[in-house]
Design a protein around this ligand. Sequence first.
Ligand SMILES: [Zn+2]
Length: 426
Amino acid sequence: MLFDVIRHFLSLQRSQWFDKKKLSQIQAKKLASIISHAYNNVAFYRELYSSIGLNNSPRIEELPLITKEIIRAVPTEKLVSGGVITEEHQVSYTSGSSGMPLKIIKNDREAWYSDALRLRSLLAQGAKLTDKICTIRPVPIDKDFQIYRVTEKRRFYGFLKTSRVRPVPLSPDMRKHVELFKMWRPQVLSTFPSYLVRLIDFCRSSETHLTFRMIRTQGELLTEQTRKIIEEFFQTRVFDSFGAAEVGHIAWECPTRVGYHVNSEAVFMEVLRDGTPASPGEEGEIYVTTLYRYTMPFIRYNLGDIGVILNDECPCGRGLPLISRIYGRVVDIIVRRDGVPVFPLTVLYTLQEIEGLHRFRVIQRSDYVIEVYIKPRQGLEDAVATEVEKRCRLLFPNTPFIIKTTDQFQDDKIKFRPIVSYVKVS
Ligand SMILES: [Zn+2]
């Protein structure tokens, strides 16, 4: 296992410096291979491609574009190679920020490759192999909230030395996180921009001083304004990264800050406008095709994000393609009255774990007032409302909010967006 990760890592370390031509050749081979695999082994793609008369070696441009809505309507078995999910597979879920979560299946070999990709980008951005890395993740947390040590034997660092990487659940209780940082002193913090904003708030109000050598963000839009606030407060550099549960690690910000390098050995990225390629420098929708995830391939899959392909050579010398900043499109950002953004994952994970809260929706009006619609389970109405109110106070300080109990939620489940904001973000 460790040998596989190291082997992949060494290969990736070399290939990032290949020129564009060589990288495209490698990519073309992998692309042909995954398309043929999907056609021959994955029921969904076989049926889809046969229905429009494609043979088993079509070119990528001929293939239909796939959306989250299309995928969600398909049973997982039809999306998985061979149609069978066994104990050998690893199961995870997308965050469900735009509706129902999607079940994602991969195998150990694919996870090792992901680890090698993650390692490459972390080292490029300035982390060291000996660094202690704290990862704050939006996972459901225990009611009592415990900072726990997770032994992830399948993860590279976890295997190398468990204490080097410590995933911690995202929680409104910043005090315990600060205690952990002070005690454990991680050099690298990997988390979401909104978490860092909240951590800064907490540190300011409690006059706490924390330092990290490097901060890496993911999962939410990192605005330049937020980056500046974080860098100034922690006196360190912040680098962003971009990925999705469906396809893994996709791109990472170059240390030169010119743009994000796409892991072209792992994903084929297209930026399209109305289905045709956007010109370099022009905004378009990001579509990805996985090149190593054979268990559950995603081919020409719309991530719901906007990006811009840059044709420039990167001053760092890497041949990996460059894209500019990535804009999340589907999700909205709640803005506190003092201008501080509260990002959707924070809201989702803070509210969705409330016991007895069957459904919720957060709508921010243009006058900043936040309306929180809740549907509690029968018999738990008062307890749920109290807990929602408590958490909203943490989420939206200095901002008025109203909690309303309702049965009426938008019926169109595909388009259902749990968080909507009408406040314009600059
Ligand atoms: Zn670069």
